[in-house]
Every structure is written in structure tokens, then in C-alpha cells.
Ligand binder design. Structure first.
Ligand code: FES
Length: 80
């Protein structure tokens, strides 16, 4: 019996265009912050549209994470 371990598994988000969650997050990090810009850059959501809700959710989540990592995160200092 063989096992295949994926270190960083991906999920297919847009079946019509064969786009994974990783690819869509990469496009968001490159500056696609709206569904329209993602549609233009990689075609996500341009066929059946079933993935549009998920793609919008990923845009929101990734934008929030990026904003937090960019400066809203303040490390706490231990009290002495
Ligand atoms: S699943 Fe994305 S357009 Fe159809």
C-alpha cells in the first residue's frame, strides 16, 4: 500500500478554468482585489459563475490577512 502525502494540498476552486485556491491567492497577492480583476487576469468565474462566491470570499480573507501582516499586527511585549 502506498501513501501520497501532499505537503501543501490545493483545492480546485474554479473547475471551469482549472484554477486552484493557491493560484487564486497568488493573483490576489499580485493586486487582483476585485472579482472583475481576477476574471481579467486568470478567467476565474467567467464561465458558469459557480465559483464567484468562493472567489469573493477568498479576496476578502486574503485582503484582511495582507492588511494585518502589513502593519496592523503589533507584537505584544511580555510584562516584566
Ligand atoms: S467554476 Fe468557475 S466559472 Fe465555472
Amino acid at each position: 500500500m502506498a501513501f501520497i502525502l501532499f505537503q501543501d494540498p490545493t483545492v480546485l476552486v474554479c473547475i471551469c478554468k482549472g484554477l486552484s485556491d493557491r493560484r487564486i491567492r497568488e493573483e490576489i497577492r499580485r493586486g487582483c482585489t476585485t472579482l472583475r480583476s481576477l476574471q481579467q487576469s486568470c478567467g476565474a468565474g467567467t464561465d458558469c459563475g459557480q465559483c464567484a462566491r468562493q472567489v469573493r470570499s477568498m479576496i476578502d480573507t486574503t485582503a484582511r490577512t495582507h492588511a494585518r501582516d502589513a502593519g496592523e499586527h503589533r507584537p505584544t511585549m511580555p510584562r516584566t
